[in-house]
Structure formats: structure tokens, C-alpha cells
Design a protein around this ligand. Structure first.
Ligand code: GTP
Ligand code: MG
Length: 585
């Protein structure tokens, strides 16, 4: 099945068109029929010549009911923008187009109605100019009269072509059904309806009602007034919910696959370029059939953080609309992050703006992982993303660049702790977890790599093990002093021997992690490693061994084994035979 929505100015013939196409009455309320005015959403359907079922969501054109219009169009992948030949482009034509454009709907038809009353060609030409800068710029146009029937056959053909061209949604996608109607049927209980954009729903499935979080069971299901056992998007569906009262369900709520959506009230979003200066501080956010008040905090030129009055089930990459009811302006947004980190420190918002400005639209799982540093497989799923990154301990995934830096931080913390606690110089894992601000001890445990090790819940450093013989320890101190200013100028063999670090002593010192012994006769103080990472990180990337050599102020004898050591430690990666770069991701 396919679903299209109507759109367009009041009285331009949307409902009459749906009636002419389907033989069904989209105006459900007696008041609507009496006043000849659509107030709320209407639903009708037919079988197309190709055999496909096509459902229509008919929306009201009157400016007062634009929220209903948005609820109808929200989850629908294609629209018929309707313009009356005798009136031409009108204010709500423009307002509806702005909504369609903000949602990024680019499938549809321009339908000029009432062709028996006015110059259809002129109306098409005029509408084309208005559509030119929108997501509907390239849609085909058809002129019809729903009264004489002229053009209706052409429209049916164009509709069949339209639905044939629509991309097939993923039937394994997580379900998010925005409720557009809720009512009770005697003997059955509560029924909700909506447009299912993707995924599969079966009778007997359990879905979660959002925002209440309640799990509900699907007792029965209809699609286009037929009982069905299973339905895949895109489809109009009516779900009979077991044991749920009508007052628990209403338009704007959603039924979702449990554990696959982030129920969130804070999101970071990208605005269309050029719209951010027009943003009010408060507005209404619309997605699907939902609308919720939001507070807007601008971050950068094109990014903002929104605080929602109540949570909505969202994914990274969702298209949402901000609409200011006062000015009636609408802005289309892309959700960049559904659980953005709070701004704790000064300047955090500025840094967030800089980071988000670099993200593609929509962002990928890699961007989210780089921002959050660590995520569980399930977190990716809640964000609507496939898990990426380096797997550590069970279901944690980490950003590789961040991980390397945390390994260094942990070494430094363990060392500081030993200095500050000479009587109990080993850092407890739980203290390390707090100092590193990590959510799980297992992450700390995974960070502990040789020469660090864990014993009885504490992190031991090599220096905490049985001491070096004092003669060698003194030699290491002499080496450290000698290379204080020039940590990469490894002494030649003769000088090493003078310092007391002949080959045997150097091996012993390296074994307990007191020095870096990069090769036979190439010995450096421990500080050489972080200094090298810092200096090489400032070079234009990638860099050659000879560029590294001159930046570090050393010789080939030292730089070659040093770079190999840094490769091994995960600081650097080879780009090709002659160059490397610092590892960033
Ligand atoms: N002559 C003529 N009249 C039409 C045609 N289509 C619609 N009308 C008339 O235009 C008026 C408005 O039609 P509706 O279908 O209710 O318009 P609408 O766009 O659904 O209006 P709202 O839902 O209130 O926005 C009615 O009186 C229709 O009979 C047509 O093709 N030719
Ligand atoms: Mg109508």
C-alpha cells in the first residue's frame, strides 16, 4: 500500500478531489459536511489500475487548522499540492508548501483543480514559480475538474506512476506509529489509527506507548477497513489495543518498538542555513502527528539545542519542524543528537557548535561516537544508528582516538596517585573510574594495559613492583637529568655505559618500565613518549620519518625505532611506506 496526503488552500477542492478519486467521503464529521469545510483529517482509498492500493490523507486548508494539517502530512512520504485554477496560489498554498519543504518531502504532484472554472495553464505556471525553490520543484503537474471529470484519468495515471517511483521502506525498521485518531468501538475497546511509515506490525506484538512508556499489546488490526494479521509500512492502520483506556491515547502520542527509540526531551538540531537569526526563543516542534512546546538555545550559525516540554521518541537524522504560531513561520530541522551531553563547563556550548558545524546531514554513527566517546550497542540502536567503533569489554564501543588518550591519562593518574600516596601507591579501580569520569568499571579495566596491571581491584604500575637495584635506579635518574631538555637525544653506547646503563642495566630498567628501551643501545626516559605524541601531533599530517626526526631534534638511529614504538602503542598509524599520521579515529 501507499499513502499520499493532500495539501493546499482552503476550498481549493482537496476533499472533492479525494471523493472523485475514491468514491469515499473524506469529511468524517457532520459539521464538516454541513459547512463544506474540512476541519480534521480525512481518510479514503482505492485500488489503482496497477493493482496497488493507494490511501489518501485529506487535510484541512483553513489557516485555523494548520496543526491538523501538519499531523496528517507528518508521517506521509508523498503529497498532492492542490491549487484551484480560478483562485491560483494563495496564502495557505504557501504555508502548506513551507511545511512540506521543511519536512523535505520531495515526492508528489501539483494538481490544479476546478479547471472548469479558470485557466488551469496559468495556475500551473504560477504554482511552478512558487514550487521552484522547494522540495517539490520537480513534481509533475496535472489539471483536473472533479465536477466534469476532465483530467481525472490523467491524474490516476500520474498517481500510479508516482507510487511506483516511491522508494520501498524498510520492513525491518523499528516501528514508530504516530497516532492521528483514538476512539473506542463497542465490544473492542480502544482503537488508534495512524500512517505507518516503515517497519512491520503483527497482531500480538507489544509496542510501547510514548511518552507514557506503557507497553501495550495489539489485539487486532485493520488496514483500509479489512482485518489483517500483519502490516508493513507504508500503510494506514487501525490498531485495537488490549487493556488500554481511551484517555491514555491521543493524537500526537506514538506507538513504538520497545528499546529502539530515544524518548528524549533534549536534542541538538541543525537549522537550514539562513534561518537561524529568525528563530524565536520559544516555538512549537512538530513531528509526525505530535506537536510540543520547545525552548530554543542557539549554539552556532546553523545549530541549536532544543528543550522539549515533554519527551518524544526520536532518532538521529529525524526531520522535524519548528513553527512559531505567532509569525506562522516554519523552519525545517535535522536532529543531530538525541541525548546531547549537558554543558557543564564554560565554553562547552561554543565547542559543541564548532563540533556540530562539521557534521554531515544526517550525521553518522562515527560522529555520535566521537562526541560521546563511549556508547553501548544498545545506545546506538536507541539513536537509530548501527553500532561502530572499537568494541571493548562486552557491549561497550569506544572512539579509538579518545581511547588512546584515556590510556595515557590513566597512566598519568596512576603515577600521580603513587606519588601522593606513598604508603598505598596503587590506584583503586573505582577511584580511577571517578577520576576519568567513566560510567562503568569495566571501561577502566579495559584501559589497563601493560605495563599497568590490576590486582585485587587496584591498578599497579611497574614502578610499584619490587624496586630496581639502587645502582640502576640512580642510573635512570642520571639519564632523566641528562635528557631533561632533549628527551630524544638517546646517548650513544659509550655515554650510556658512563651513566651506568650498559646493555644489561638498560634491559633491567626497561623491564620494570623505568625507561623506554627502543632497540639495542637506544634508551630514552619515559617522558619521551608523551612529548613525542605532543610534538608529532602539531606537525602537518601525515609526516615522514625525516620530518619527525627534525621536529623531535634527533637522529635516524632514534626516530625509526621510536616511530615503530609509537605505532605499536597506537599513537601513530602508517599511511604508506614513507609516512604516518597521528591516530585520530
Ligand atoms: N466547479 C468546480 N468546483 C469544484 C471543483 N472541485 C471542488 N469544487 C468546489 O469547491 C468547493 C470546495 O471544495 P472542497 O473539496 O471542500 O475544498 P477543500 O480544499 O477540501 O476545502 P478545505 O478542506 O476546507 O480546505 C466546493 O464547493 C466544491 O464543490 C471542481 O473541479 N470544479
Ligand atoms: Mg476539504
Amino acid at each position: 500500500m501507499h499513502v499520499v496526503a493532500t495539501a493546499g488552500h482552503v476550498d481549493h477542492g482537496k476533499s472533492t478531489l479525494v471523493r472523485a478519486l475514491t468514491g469515499m467521503e473524506p469529511d468524517r464529521w457532520a459539521e464538516e459536511r454541513r459547512r463544506g469545510l474540512t476541519i480534521d483529517l480525512g481518510f479514503a482509498w482505492r485500488t489503482m489500475p496497477s493493482g496497488r492500493a493507494l490511501a489518501f490523507v485529506d487535510v484541512p486548508g483553513h489557516e485555523r487548522f494548520v496543526t491538523n494539517m501538519m499531523a496528517g502530512i507528518g508521517p506521509v512520504p508523498a503529497v498532492l499540492i492542490v491549487v484551484a485554477a480560478d483562485e491560483g496560489w494563495m496564502p495557505q498554498s504557501a504555508e502548506h508548501l513551507a511545511v512540506i519543504d521543511a519536512l523535505g518531502v520531495h515526492h508528489g504532484l501539483l494538481v490544479v483543480t476546478r479547471s472548469d472554472r479558470g485557466d488551469a495553464e496559468l495556475a500551473i505556471e504560477e504554482a511552478r514559480l512558487e514550487l521552484a525553490d522547494s522540495s517539490l520543484a520537480d513534481v509533475p503537474a496535472v489539471a483536473v475538474s472533479s465536477i466534469t471529470g476532465a483530467g481525472i484519468d490523467d491524474l490516476v495515471t500520474a498517481l500510479d506512476e508516482l507510487v511506483a517511483s516511491l522508494p520501498a521502506p524498510d520492513d525491518a525498521a523499528p516501528v514508530r506509529l504516530w497516532i492521528d485518531r483514538a476512539f473506542t468501538i463497542k465490544g473492542m475497546g480502544t482503537v488508534v489509527t495512524g500512517t505507518l511509515p516503515a517497519g512491520t506490525v503483527n497482531v500480538g506484538d507489544e509496542l510501547q506507548l510514548s511518552p507514557s512508556g506503557r507497553i501495550v499489546k495489539i489485539r487486532g488490526m485493520e488496514s483500509l477497513k479489512r482485518k489483517v494479521e500483519t502490516v508493513t509500512g507504508v500503510a494506514r492502520v487501525a490498531l485495537n489495543l488490549k487493556g488500554v483506556d481511551l484517555d491514555e491515547c491521543q493524537r500526537g502520542m506514538a506507538l513504538v518498538t520497545p528499546g529502539r527509540w530515544s524518548d528524549t526531551d533534549t536534542v541538538d538540531v541543525r537549522l537550514r542555513a539562513g534561518t537561524s537569526d529568525l528563530l524565536p526563543r520559544e516555538s512549537l516542534l512538530h513531528i509526525g502527528s505530535a506537536s510540543v512546546s520547545v525552548r530554543i538555545r542557539r549554539l552556532g550559525e546553523t545549530t541549536a539545542r532544543l528543550t522539549l516540554e515533554h519527551p518524544l521518541p526520536l532518532h538521529v537524522g529525524d526531520r522535524v519542524i519548528l513553527r512559531d504560531p505567532g509569525s506562522r513561520r516554519v523552519t525545517g530541522l535535522t536532529v543531530l543528537d538525541v541525548r546531547p551531553p549537558p554543558f557543564r563547563r564554560r565554553g562547552a556550548a561554543v565547542r559543541a557548535a564548532d563540533e556540530l558545524a562539521e557534521w554531515p546531514d544526517p550525521p553518522t554513527a562515527h560522529q555520535l561516537l566521537a562526541r560521546h566517546h563511549y556508547l553501548k550497542d544498545n545506545d546506538f540502536s536507541l539513536m537509530g544508528l548501527r553500532a561502530v567503533g572499537r568494541g571493548v569489554d562486552g557491549d561497550w564501543r569506544v572512539d579509538p582516538g579518545w581511547w588512546v588518550s584515556q590510556c595515557q591519562r590513566l597512566s598519568a593518574l596512576a603515577k600521580d596517585y603513587a606519588l601522593g600516596n606513598p604508603l598505598a601507591p596503587t590506584l583503586p579501580v573505582e577511584v580511577a573510574r571517578q577520576l576519568l569520569d567513566l560510567p562503568d568499571r569495566r571501561l577502566v579495566e579495559a584501559l589497563v594495559r601493560p605495563p599497568l596491571r590490576i590486582e585485587a581491584g587496584r591498578i599497579h604500575r611497574p614502578a610499584d613492583r619490587p624496586k630496581l637495584p639502587e645502582a640502576i635506579a640512580a642510573a635512570v635518574r642520571r639519564l632523566e637529568r641528562e635528557l631533561e631538555e632533549t628527551p630524544f637525544q638517546a646517548p650513544e653506547a659509550g655515554r650510556l655505559a658512563q651513566l651506568g646503563l650498559d646493555s644489561r642495566a638498560a634491559i633491567a630498567a626497561a623491564k620494570v618500565g623505568a625507561v623506554l628501551r627502543l632497540a639495542e643501545g637506544v634508551v630514552l626516559p619515559l617522558t619521551a613518549e608523551p612529548r613525542a605524541v605532543e610534538i608529532l601531533g602539531d606537525l602537518p599530517q601525515p609526516f615522514t620519518a625525516s620530518e619527525a626526526r627534525s621536529a623531535l631534534g634527533t637522529s635516524r638511529r632514534v626516530v625509526i625505532p621510536l616511530l615503530e614504538y609509537l605505532d605499536e602503542r597506537g599513537h601513530t598509524v602508517r599511511v604508506d611506506n614513507s609516512s604516518r599520521r597521528m591516530r585520530t579515529t
